[in-house]
Structure formats: structure tokens, C-alpha cells
Design a protein around this ligand. Structure first.
Ligand SMILES: Cc1ncc(COP(=O)(O)O)c(C=O)c1O
Length: 413
């Protein structure tokens, strides 16, 4: 996006601000779509960015959607997704959430433990219905390159592969359930195409074997994804040509066995990360005991990932001072306005000498930005969120107000 455009938008909407680029969202979606065999469907993992307008954009692109809570399901339905294009995965779905998902008639509840399946069975029995379920499995294999491994290792996600015999024994005795799918999500932020293909091939083999062993027809195979983006200079982008080729070969081997099944990949980060900027204004600069601090109006309360929350590698997000990108001479510690020493959104960053009023731009902030941040901390108003697309700006979330923090609170007196 052009620097002048960013300037204008920051002036119009103020900072802190999340700014999304519609063209980049489209580009990433089409790039992933083109890398997949024809039969595959993309399910946008809205946990990466749950804004209604962003979900609507994915709907328009032809995506389906993966939700992880009743709140996300509510938003997905509001965004216009058909229930048949919604899947629900989370290790901790409450009774109310399961009931809401069943009442909404969504395509698949990806169950993560037997107790959850029993609750679904009880709800289904009460409605004299049979509910299709998909089993999320924690397989014995793992994804070698994942930044955060979800399965393959011990975790709260899915049912261990080693427990399948017992699991199928119980699940197949629950008459109001129909096992129709298998789901594996191995991890996130993977930058090796080969690792993703290897994980997917192992998933296909395991799913086919299970459907033979336990004689159920595999109508749905959710292969996860974990498609990563390079955040740091040393990281290379995922080689999508290689991924496409590897997956096509895998599909040549197994596609015929899955001709009746619906095949899903899930993606949040790959689709959204590159499309978002976080803009925060420089309030002050100060020296303290040999270090230079740049103090901004937004920090880890709105961009926790930039302060390393949930990240394995403690590298800075790419950031610069708007309009002074070519002059990064001064090493600075970039902090937000919070009263905690952990509110550091950039460690020893080379920046042009910032002056108060300058705008710091943090790139690659479209996924796991505000949604992944402790935004209640210290009661700073939520930032506005804006989409720029084909020469127009769309406000997706208005800036918060001070009074928002009193919403739903009850006065003691
Ligand atoms: C089950 C599941 N699906 C999809 C995703 C989205 O992952 P990503 O944003 O890396 O594409 C996650 C992320 O944690 C997940 O747990």
C-alpha cells in the first residue's frame, strides 16, 4: 500500500489503527487456492482475524470457515456463511456451544474427546436426530517444522491415535452419532512445503486406514494446514510451487480413494498476516541509562505478538517509521503505553530518528493481532480497524470509547 494512502488513512481514522489491504487478502487466497488440487476447499480459520468484514470478504472469495467458539460461530453466520460451510474445532466446547452448533446445523463438529461426543449424543437423542461428527486425532507423527506444534506431541488437542480402538468402540455404540470425518491439525507457522506435504500424506494414510479398520465411510477429511509466512529477514516464504507439486503427487496416489469425500484445509495466518498493518503514533522519545526508548500510543495490549506473546522466536516484527523507511539509523526500544516492562513491541530496532507524531508501522500484523492481545489491560480504547480495497476505505470496527469499559458492569452504589 502506498505511503501516502497509509498517511491519509491514519490521519482520517487516528491511531492506534489496524489497516488491512484487500488486494493482499485476495492475492493470498488465490495463491493458496491455486496450490491445491481442484477438490480441496479452504476453510478460513477466523481465529486469525475474526472481524465481520474480513469474514465477509472470505465468504465473497468463495472460502468456507472454521470457527472455534460460539462467538465465532455467531459472527460466521452473521457474515453470511451457510451452515453447511462451517466447521467447529476447539478442545473445550461447552454444552451451550455444542447445542448452538447443533441447532445451527453446521457441517462438522470436530470432536476432541470422548466426553464431548457423549454430550453431542445426548443432545442429538433429545432431538431424535443423528449428528455427523468428525474426529480430531492427535496422531503419532508430528510436523517437523511447525513453530507451535499442536499434535504429534502431548497436547490437549484431539484424541491420541493410540486410543483409536477404544474411541471407536465407544463412539460407534452411540446410536445418535455418525462418524463421518477425520481431522488433523499438526501445528502453525510452517515454512517448509515438504513438511506440510509429508504431514498431509501421513494424515491421508491414517484416515484411510481408520475408515477401513472401523468400517465407516469417510465423507470428510480435514487436513489442517499450518501454512506460514516469513516474518523475519532470515525466513524464506513457503515455496507454494513445491507445495503444489508435492500435494499433487500425494493426490495422485490417494485421490481416487477419497473421491467421495469432502477435503478441507484450514488457514488463518497465511491468508491474513501479510495483509495487515498496525499503526501507532510516537508519543515520546527518551533516553534511559544508555538506551533509547520510543514510546507509542499502542503496544502489547493491541499487538501482543509483537511483544513476543505466543511466539517461539523472539525476533522483532518488521517495523519502520512511516515516510522515513530508508533511513533506519538509530537503535531503539519500542514500547507501548502500559505500566509493565513487558510492553516492548520492538527490541533494539533500527529506526529513523522518530519525533512525536510520527507513525510507527508494524507490518505482517493481519493475523493474530488484536484478537490475540490482552486489550482489556489498562483500559485503553480499542483501535479502529479499517480495510483499504481498490481505492476505497471501509471502517470495519470503529474506535472504542472510554465508556466501553463500563459496558455490562454494574455500579455497586
Ligand atoms: C485447529 C486449528 N485450525 C486452524 C488453525 C489456524 O492456523 P494458521 O493460522 O496457522 O493457519 C489453528 C491455529 O491454531 C488451529 O488450532
Amino acid at each position: 500500500m502506498d505511503t501516502n494512502v497509509i498517511h491519509h488513512i491514519a490521519e482520517e481514522y487516528g491511531t492506534p489503527l489496524y489497516l488491512y489491504d484487500g488486494e493482499k487478502i485476495r492475492r493470498q487466497y488465490h495463491c493458496l487456492m491455486k496450490s491445491l488440487p481442484k477438490k480441496f476447499e479452504i476453510f478460513y480459520s477466523m481465529k486469525a482475524n475474526p472481524l465481520l468484514g474480513i469474514c465477509q470478504m472470505f465468504k465473497k472469495l468463495g472460502s468456507h470457515i472454521e470457527v472455534a467458539s460460539a462467538g465465532e460461530l455467531y459472527t460466521a453466520l452473521a457474515a453470511g456463511f451457510a451452515p453447511g460451510d462451517i466447521i467447529f474445532t476447539s478442545p473445550g466446547k461447552s454444552y451451550e456451544e455444542l447445542k448452538y452448533a447443533i441447532d445451527s446445523d453446521i457441517y462438522s463438529i470436530n470432536i476432541e474427546c470422548i466426553e464431548e461426543a457423549k454430550i453431542i449424543h445426548e443432545i442429538a437423542k433429545g432431538k431424535q436426530k443423528t449428528i455427523d461428527i468428525c474426529l480430531r486425532i492427535n496422531p503419532d507423527f508430528e510436523l517437523s517444522d511447525a513453530s507451535i506444534k499442536m499434535t504429534g506431541v502431548s497436547s490437549q488437542f484431539g484424541i491420541p491415535q493410540a486410543d483409536m480402538q477404544e474411541a471407536f468402540g465407544i463412539l460407534q455404540s452411540l446410536s445418535n452419532l455418525n462418524i463421518m470425518g477425520i481431522h488433523v491439525y499438526l501445528g502453525t507457522q510452517v515454512l517448509s512445503a515438504d513438511a506440510i506435504v509429508t504431514g498431509m500424506e501421513a494424515t491421508v494414510k491414517m484416515a484411510l486406514q481408520l475408515s477401513r479398520d472401523y468400517q465407516f465411510s469417510l465423507a470428510f477429511l480435514d487436513m489442517g494446514g499450518g501454512f506460514g509466512v516469513p516474518y523475519f529477514p532470515k525466513e524464506s516464504p513457503l515455496n507454494m510451487a513445491r507445495f503444489k507439486e508435492g500435494l499433487a503427487q500425494c493426490w495422485n496416489r490417494y485421490g481416487a480413494d477419497l473421491s467421495q469425500a469432502r477435503i478441507a484445509v484450514e488457514s488463518g495466518r497465511f491468508l491474513m498476516a501479510e495483509a495487515g498493518l498496525y499503526l501507532t503514533s510516537v508519543l515520546y522519545q527518551k533516553q534511559c541509562k544508555g538506551s533509547q526508548y520510543v514510546i507509542c500510543d499502542g503496544g502489547s495490549n493491541q499487538h501482543a505478538a509483537s511483544a513476543f506473546l505466543g511466539r517461539r522466536i523472539r525476533n522483532n516484527f518488521p517495523m519502520s517509521i512511516l515516510g522515513k523507511e530508508s533511513d533506519p539509523k538509530n537503535e531503539a526500544i519500542v514500547v507501548g503505553p502500559l505500566c509493565t516492562p513487558t510492553d516492548v513491541i520492538g527490541q533494539k530496532v533500527l529506526l529513523a530518528a522518530p519525533v512525536p507524531g510520527d507513525i510507527l508501522v508494524i507490518q505482517k500484523s493481519g493475523a493474530y493481532g488484536l484478537t490475540h492481545s490482552p486489550s482489556m489491560f489498562l483500559s485503553h480504547q480499542l483501535p479502529a480497524e479499517v480495510l483499504y480495497d481498490q481505492g476505497r476505505t471501509y471502517i470495519l470496527r470503529e474506535r472504542g470509547e472510554r465508556k466501553d469499559f463500563l459496558k455490562r458492569q454494574k455500579s455497586l452504589f
